[in-house]
Design a binder for this molecule. Structure first.
Ligand SMILES: [Fe+2]
Ligand SMILES: [Fe+2]
Length: 188
């Protein structure tokens, strides 16, 4: 790639760092892995936020699993299927977040100690099908708000993490929508 092609034609300021500088920077701090010196976010804060999101996802997996088995027991099959689907998707979210934490040279916190305190969403069992759906909807809305805030905080500073969070956010919005429909279906 030619260095000159990276220049903004109308100004002296290059659009991107020139290729030599990019290569030199990549060689420095090789142990940084995916984290290069151009990483603009506060890495420690991002890792902390991601660990809170990880705890939230794990708590959501546990809550949906509980709801799945309880709902399956009361023959509420379509609802139970939905709970199981959500549990599996929350697990995939957790995996993506843990993977990103490692890329950022952090450590994913899977410890059960203090898990519910680190989580944004709560673990509520609910004693009827309607209560379960309601609690799941509340938890999804909490997750939606916190992902939205994280996306806003990260903004342009770490596009990879932001993109992942936006994709998870979209998935949580679908979950909330599914639950709202289920709740609607239970009325009257
Ligand atoms: Fe999730
Ligand atoms: Fe969700």
């Amino acid at each position: 790639m030619e260095t000159s092609s990276l220049k903004n034609l109308s100004k002296d300021q290059p659009l991107l760092s020139d290729i030599q500088t990019l290569r030199k920077r990549a060689r420095q701090h090789i142990e940084g892995g995916a984290v290069t010196s151009g990483y603009a976010a506060d890495r420690k804060t991002v890792i902390k936020l991601l660990n809170e999101a990880l705890a939230t996802e794990i708590v959501c997996v546990l809550r949906y699993k509980r709801h799945y088995f309880m709902a399956a027991g009361i023959h509420a099959d379509p609802v139970a299927t939905e709970f199981l689907e959500h549990a599996n998707e929350e697990m995939l979210h957790a995996d993506r977040i843990a993977e990103r934490i490692v890329q950022l040279r952090g450590e994913p916190n899977f410890s059960p100690d203090g898990l519910s305190l680190r989580s944004h969403a709560e673990y509520v069992e609910g004693d009827s099908l309607k209560e379960m759906i309601k609690e799941d909807l509340v938890a999804e809305r909490v997750a939606i708000e916190s992902y939205r805030e994280m996306v806003a905080y990260i903004a342009e500073k770490d596009p990879t993490t932001r993109r992942m969070l936006e994709e998870i956010l979209a998935s949580e919005e679908e979950h909330a929508d599914d639950l709202a429909s289920l709740l609607e279906g239970l009325k009257d």
